[in-house]
Design a protein around this ligand. Structure first.
Ligand code: ADE
Length: 225
C-alpha cells in the first residue's frame, strides 16, 4: 500500500516512519510512504504557501495553488490515482469502520493543513474526502495523518507479526467491541494476581471469560459517554 503525505513539516515524519510496525511494513515492502513538502509547489521566492484571509481576521490560510498543483503532480506519478484525503477538524469522524474501508485501498494521499485552514477552492477543485480524527483542533494535520497510517497498516496482511492479532482488537468484531483484559507474567504483582481461569488451560472457559469481560468493558465505556 502506498501513502503520499503532503505537508509543510516533512521533518515530523522520519522518526515515526523508522519505528516499529511501520518500519517493518516498509522493510517488507508491504508499505511505501512518500513525504512531500508543500513548499515545493510554492510560486513565491520565499517558498511561502500561506496568506492572510480575504475579509480579514486572525491567522493565515493555506493557498490554493501549492496544494492543487502538488496533489495533481503526485497523483499523476502512478497509474492508481488513489483516495485523496484532507485532514481537517471539519471532516468525517475517523473510526474503525473507516479504517477498514481505507485498508482496502492501494493508495492514500493525505494532505495536512496548518494555519487557520485551507482556501475553500482546494476542496471545491480537488473534491477530497475530509477526515477528522476527533472533535478537537490540532495545530495541523500531521499527527492526524500518522494516526490514519498507524491504524490502516495494522490491517495490511503481513504487517502484524501474528496474523490473527488484529482480530480481537477493540472495535474489530463489531463497532461496539472493546478488547478483554490481558495479563502476562508475573502471576502476582503487589498483591494483584491473574484471574485463575486464564491459568487453567481450558480454552472454552477462557473464551467465555473473555467474552463476558469484553462485554462488561464495552458497557462501562458506553455508559461513561
Ligand atoms: N487538523 C486539525 N485538527 C484536526 C483533527 N481533529 N482531525 C484531523 N485533522 C486535523
Amino acid at each position: 500500500m502506498r501513502f503520499d503525505i503532503l505537508t509543510l513539516f516533512p521533518a515530523i515524519f522520519p522518526g515515526y516512519l523508522g519505528e516499529s510496525l511501520l518500519e517493518k511494513g516498509i522493510r517488507r515492502r508491504l508499505v511505501e510512504v512518500h513525504v512531500h513538502d508543500l513548499r515545493n509547489w510554492s510560486r513565491d521566492k520565499h517558498h511561502k504557501v500561506d496568506d492572510r484571509p480575504f475579509g480579514g481576521g486572525p491567522g493565515m490560510v493555506l493557498r490554493v495553488e501549492p496544494v492543487v498543483e502538488g496533489v495533481e503532480e503526485i497523483r499523476g506519478r502512478t497509474r492508481d490515482p488513489g483516495r485523496l484525503i484532507l485532514l481537517t477538524p471539519q471532516g468525517k469522524r475517523f473510526d474503525q469502520r473507516y479504517v477498514r474501508e481505507l485498508a482496502t485501498s492501494n493508495r492514500l494521499i493525505l494532505v495536512c493543513g496548518r494555519y487557520e485552514g485551507f482556501d475553500q477552492r482546494i476542496i471545491d477543485i480537488l473534491k477530497p474526502e475530509e477526515l477528522s480524527i476527533g472533535d478537537f483542533v490540532l495545530n495541523g494535520g500531521e499527527v492526524a495523518a500518522m494516526v490514519v497510517i498507524d491504524a490502516v497498516i495494522r490491517l495490511i496482511p503481513g504487517v502484524l507479526g501474528d496474523a490473527t492479532s488484529s482480530i480481537d482488537d477493540s472495535f474489530s468484531r463489531e463497532e461496539d467491541w472493546i478488547e478483554f483484559p490481558q495479563y502476562t507474567r508475573p502471576r502476582t504483582y503487589r498483591d494483584h494476581g491473574v484471574p485463575d481461569v486464564l491459568l487453567n488451560g481450558n480454552h472454552e472457559e477462557i473464551a467465555e471469560w473473555r467474552r463476558a469481560h469484553a462485554a462488561r468493558r464495552t458497557e462501562r465505556l458506553r455508559e461513561a459517554e
